[in-house]
Ligand binder design. Structure first.
Ligand code: NAG
Ligand code: NAG
Length: 438
């Protein structure tokens, strides 16, 4: 409504008073009729939309149907629909307006940002040496949750956080047992006394209300969307090198090291770190090289497991002027901006991938298309050090919010082994499915 009002206002301001008077004198009845019709036509669809808007927020919408409609296919009517947005004002960096977070989880941002806190009451979260602390509630101090490490108070706890099997825990049916791990299931796990011991997980998984990913993508609200030049073209014009890879684990479940060796036959990948001769001093220029020298960053994970995406992608991959390379498209696609990365399974062969990367190095227009998302999206990297509004839609703040749910919801992971241990692809499966040449 505000938008329409502003348009009308600007319009009449631009006409001189005399012109308006003459014009109005001649045409007042017609104008009046137009105004009435205008109000009728405009007002009715808007009031209807506002109603449907409220319902939509609680309904589950698979991301593809919501986020990926190209803007030219969206009718003006849909574009004008005002969504509720949130202003994020982080401790570091500029404030920005957020319309939604990208996740396949059905809990929408509006729900994540509000807790049903009862005054004079609190909720208690007990941690069994998980490495988390009261500081992790920094994004939601007003939600009255107390974070404790004192195991003798287990009876008071509404949620119990664990990273290892704790034989002494006998959880009551109204307590949530939450498994905390940021590591891939290929390299972490917990022994459970029975298969539905864990109620939810805290980590990179999105199919849990306490998800705490290494980073996330926001769809920006209208006031934070960008127009004009979004990347520094002169920076891109100066790039000369193919792909950079920073690596410290030389032998992995995903066999990424094997794939990089194969790709190297068709495309130059510079390996930095303990698995090769190229050294990258921690305080040196290494990170700047991603902006200044390289076109691509190898953000391959050590294992291919459900939702397992780490700082390789969220930090180096998206916080620099570079295009990240990932292993499996379907694994990252639900969480990242549209057209923002290249996956190895986009190609029929390793050779084809190498040729495409060469092509992008030569065609700046095509390369720049991988940055178009920056107009409407922003990627947030959660470094685990700053506890502010950026963490509010995730992790400990979401555990706190859940503890206030009324009525209390039951969350159960029915079969732990299936959920955790069986969530990874067999070693080397993906890279073995792509031949060097056709
Ligand atoms: C460069 O990329 C643009 C955008 O994708 C494309 O339209 C154009 O045909 C490409 N040019 C060449 C020479 O391939
Ligand atoms: C946690 O899981 C257990 C075992 O499945 C279940 O009995 C309990 O009700 C769950 N707790 C909550 C608060 O949902």
């Amino acid at each position: 409504m505000e938008h329409e009002y502003r348009l009308l206002f600007n319009y009449s301001m631009n006409m001189s008073t005399r012109t308006v008077r003459n014009f109005f004198g001649k045409w007042k009845y017609l104008m009046l009729a137009c105004c009435v019709t205008y109000l009728f036509v405009i007002y009715i669809p808007i009031s209807k939309e506002n109603n449907s808007e409220k319902m939509e927020e609680v309904r589950f919408q698979p991301k593809d149907t919501v986020e990926h409609i190209p803007s030219h296919l969206i009718s003006n009517n849909q574009k004008q629909k005002q969504k509720k947005t949130f202003n994020f004002n982080p401790k570091k960096g500029n404030p920005f307006e957020v319309e939604e977070v990208l996740t396949y989880n059905s809990i929408k941002l509006a729900e994540r940002m509000k807790a049903n806190v009862k005054s004079g009451e609190k909720r208690v979260i007990l941690s069994y040496g998980t490495g988390l602390s009261a500081a992790n509630l920094g994004g939601c101090p007003e939600w009255n949750c107390e974070f404790i490490q004192d195991r003798s108070r287990i009876g008071e706890a509404d949620a119990i956080l664990v990273s290892h099997y704790e034989p002494n825990i006998k959880a009551k049916s109204n307590q949530y047992v939450i498994y905390v791990s940021q590591e891939s299931p290929a390299n972490s796990g917990i022994n459970v006394p029975h298969k539905s011991f864990i109620n939810m997980t805290f980590g990179f998984r999105h199919d849990t209300p306490a998800g705490s990913p290494y980073g996330y993508t926001v769809k920006l609200g209208p006031n934070s969307r960008k127009t004009g030049e979004i990347v520094d073209k002169s920076l891109i014009a100066k790039k000369t090198k193919g792909a950079a890879w920073y690596v410290s684990h030389c032998s992995t479940n995903s066999r990424r090291e094997v794939f990089v060796d194969r790709l190297n036959k068709y495309f130059e990948v510079d390996k930095y770190g303990s698995c090769s001769d190229l050294k990258c001093p921690r305080k040196g220029n290494c990170e700047n090289m991603l902006d200044n020298d390289y076109f691509f960053y190898v953000a391959f994970e050590n294992s291919i497991c459900k939702d397992y995406v780490t700082e390789k992608l969220w930090n180096q991959g998206f916080q620099k002027t570079i295009v990240p390379l990932v292993m499996k498209r379907s694994l990252v696609e639900p969480f990242v901006p549209p057209n923002s990365f290249i996956a190895i399974d986009d190609f029929k062969s390793v050779k084809e991938m190498g040729e495409y990367l060469h092509y992008l190095m030569k065609n700046q227009t095509a390369y720049l298309e991988y940055f178009e998302w920056k107009r409407d999206y922003q990627v947030v990297f959660l470094d685990g050090q700053n506890h502010d509004v950026l963490e509010k839609p995730w992790g400990v703040c979401q555990i706190c919010r859940i503890l206030w749910e009324q009525p209390k919801k039951e969350y159960i992971i029915e079969d732990w082994d299936k959920y955790w241990r069986q969530s990874c692809e067999a070693d080397g499966d993906l890279i073995n499915s792509i031949p060097d040449v056709l």
